[in-house]
Design a protein around this ligand. Structure first.
Ligand code: M6R
Length: 609
């Protein structure tokens, strides 16, 4: 996600801003920028690309002011260009702002501001906020920020400066993180402690709907309504490397724990108060969606598994036939495509060459292509006719976790949207599922508490020669994903299997003590999965079953160990069951001493065929 930093002090602000931005580079970003207030003038320098490009640009500018803000942008609304990079300014250039988060109602606000004569220079949601503050500004920046934010829906941490008020940064937060800290001679804001470690280890976490006035001799926190308030003081004693991982041992573990937020971000702003879904960035005409008579999903690895989960939902909710294809196979087998075929390409990076080539091929065959992608402005996003961004934030560990969950959720939204546009689903059914989707972040947080139990299981299976994963219906793609996670980070042999297929061959692998992880959550084939568990148990398997809360006792009659996850609509279950499987792979890999973030032979983004 975006990194933000701000400083007011005795010395020129720029060196501290650049140092802070370097320290948050690990979060991933695609452009960067700074705004420095000198006397009564704000200078803004922004550049697409890495910090080196920004520093090169800065070489021809003299920015000596002592108040400044800086930003590394992970694109969400609008591609990674100079114009979309932060800081953003109002019409006059007298107000500049950095933002981390997503303004959900930006389109509505932007339309109103444009009608009032405001001139926009970027495609971002953030710029709306700069103009909104301008519309409320009459000499008091804090008052204008309060007024503007009271109109905003969504997630934000912001830092704002105004030419009329040198020596002041106004910051505020809702949902997205914001930290403030003070050293001798300067006061800072940042998106995470890493950026401030060089200056102070005593910081304050600003809380939701708080506003902070930052001056060189300290900061004052108030509520959005202007009442005195306090944040949460913290003392950071991590070294820089640990701070980058927010105190977790690895990026993968950090990303596993970020999943409640990643899923909330994937859902943010996509359902309207009238129960309709609004997937604004899709850019595909409703007539085109209505004329679709067949769907292909193409993807690789974990994205393929997310696509397989989606197949069940799209077919069930839209009654359109769906074929799912590994992207590297797709264009070499002469698939039947025409202008009424919809191809959905799923990719975290948006750069996987197999998926990109499949997209190009599909378009050549005149099919319509929708990309479900995490990285904004990536090649697949650009090549497709329409895009749905998953907003999981940057994923650093090679093994996909939060991006996978965001894909599962993003594809569910897409399936519901297709059903909505084609008029084939009752609005009350859609509403119920959307309500369930919104329960997922809290449920995922609950599932993460299973970690100590998962660790015990990992100790039991860490030295097995093989581990089998099995499930039926949407439990099958989750079994595939569980096996892939275990293989890629622990180097232990694992297979994901359709539980009903075991008896047609794979059950021959089962002998005394072979671990079988079974997905046995509530669904219309639950009883059948129980039978499949009995079949492997009868042949000596050590069965670890994942079931729904309340079924533990029944499932424990057949399985050796049981993990319970909350009950939810059966098509949404993968977003919960995937989590203990990620944790299992993680714990086994650490027991086996593997490099969890950078497993051997693998790359985060595979750009060769
Ligand atoms: O960036 P993409 O989603 O297109 O990547 C696809 C696969 O390479 C990726 O999911 C890979 O399988 C991960 N290492 C899985 O953890």
């Amino acid at each position: 996600m975006c990194g933000i930093i701000g400083v007011v002090g005795d010395e020129p602000a720029l060196p501290a801003i650049l140092d802070g931005l370097r320290r948050v580079e690990y979060r991933g970003y695609d452009s960067a920028g700074v705004a420095v207030l000198d006397g009564a003038r704000i200078d803004v320098v922004r550049k697409a690309g890495k910090l080196d490009a920004l520093e090169k640009e800065l070489a021809s500018h003299a920015l000596d002011g002592h108040t400044g803000i800086g930003h590394t942008r992970w694109a969400t609304h609008g591609g990674p260009t100079d114009q979309n990079a932060h800081p953003h300014t109002d019409c006059t250039g007298n107000i500049a702002l950095i933002h981390n988060g997503i303004i959900e109602n930006y389109l509505e606000l932007r339309e109103r501001l444009e009608r009032d004569g405001h001139q926009f220079a970027s495609e971002t949601d953030t710029e709306t906020l700069a103009h909104l503050i301008e519309s409320h500004f009459s000499g008091d920046l804090t008052a204008a920020v309060r007024a503007a934010l009271s109109e905003v829906e969504g997630a934000f941490s912001v830092g704002v400066i105004a030419a009329e008020q040198p020596g002041l940064i106004v910051a505020a937060k809702r949902t997205s993180p914001l930290i403030v800290g003070k050293s001798d001679g300067a006061t800072f804001l940042a998106s995470d402690p890493t950026a401030l470690i060089a200056h102070t280890r005593d910081m304050v976490h600003v809380l939701d709907d708080q506003v902070v006035e930052i001056r060189k001799d300290g900061f004052t926190i108030t509520t959005l309504a202007g009442e005195p308030a306090e944040g949460n003081p913290i003392h950071v004693d991590w070294d820089t490397q640990a701070a980058e991982k927010a105190g977790y041992d690895t990026f993968m573990l950090k990303e596993i724990y970020e999943q409640p937020d990643a899923v909330a971000d994937a859902l943010r702003g996509r359902s309207l108060p009238n129960d309709m879904l609004a997937l604004d960035e899709l850019r595909l005409a409703e007539e085109d969606i209505r004329s679709v008579d067949k769907v292909f999903v193409v993807a690789c690895g974990s994205a393929f598994h997310a696509g397989l989960v989606a197949k069940y939902a799209i077919e069930h909710w839209t009654r359109l036939p769906v074929e799912i294809e590994i992207a590297s196979e797709f264009r070499y087998r002469d698939p039947v495509l025409d202008r009424d075929t919809l191809v959905i390409a799923v990719s975290q990076s948006g750069e996987t060459i197999d998926t990109l080539e499949a997209v190009k091929y599909a378009r050549e065959q005149s099919a319509k292509v929708m990309a479900v992608v995490n990285v904004v402005g990536s090649s697949i996003a650009r090549e497709a006719d329409a895009v749905l961004y998953t907003h999981a934030g940057p994923e650093i560990a090679v093994a996909s976790t939060k991006a996978f969950l965001a894909q599962v959720v993003g594809l569910k939204l897409l399936a519901l949207y297709l059903a909505q546009v084609r008029g084939v689903m009752w609005p009350q059914d859609r509403r119920r599922i959307v309500e369930d989707l919104h329960k997922l972040p809290a449920m995922i947080a609950q599932v993460l508490k299973l970690r100590p139990q998962v660790r015990e299981l990992a100790e039991h299976i860490a030295n097995s020669p093989t581990v089998l994963f099995m499930g039926r219906h949407v439990g099958y793609p989750v079994a595939l994903e569980g096996a892939l996670k275990l293989k890629e980070i622990s180097y232990l042999h694992a297979e994901g299997l359709a539980a009903g297929e075991m008896k047609h061959g794979p059950i021959a692998l089962v002998e005394d003590g072979v671990p079988v992880v079974a997905v046995a959550t509530q669904c219309h084939v639950y009883q059948k999965v129980l039978s499949n568990i009995q079949e492997v148990k009868a042949r000596g398997a050590y069965v670890i079953a994942i079931c729904s809360v309340g079924d533990g006792e029944e499932v424990a009659r057949h399985a050796d160990r049981v993990l319970e996850v909350p009950r939810i609509h059966e098509l949404l279950v993968p977003a919960l069951v995937a989590v203990p499987l990620q944790l299992l792979a993680y714990e086994v890999a650490t027991i086996r001493g593997r490099d969890v973030d950078q497993p051997r032979n693998l790359a985060k983004s595979v750009t060769v065929e």
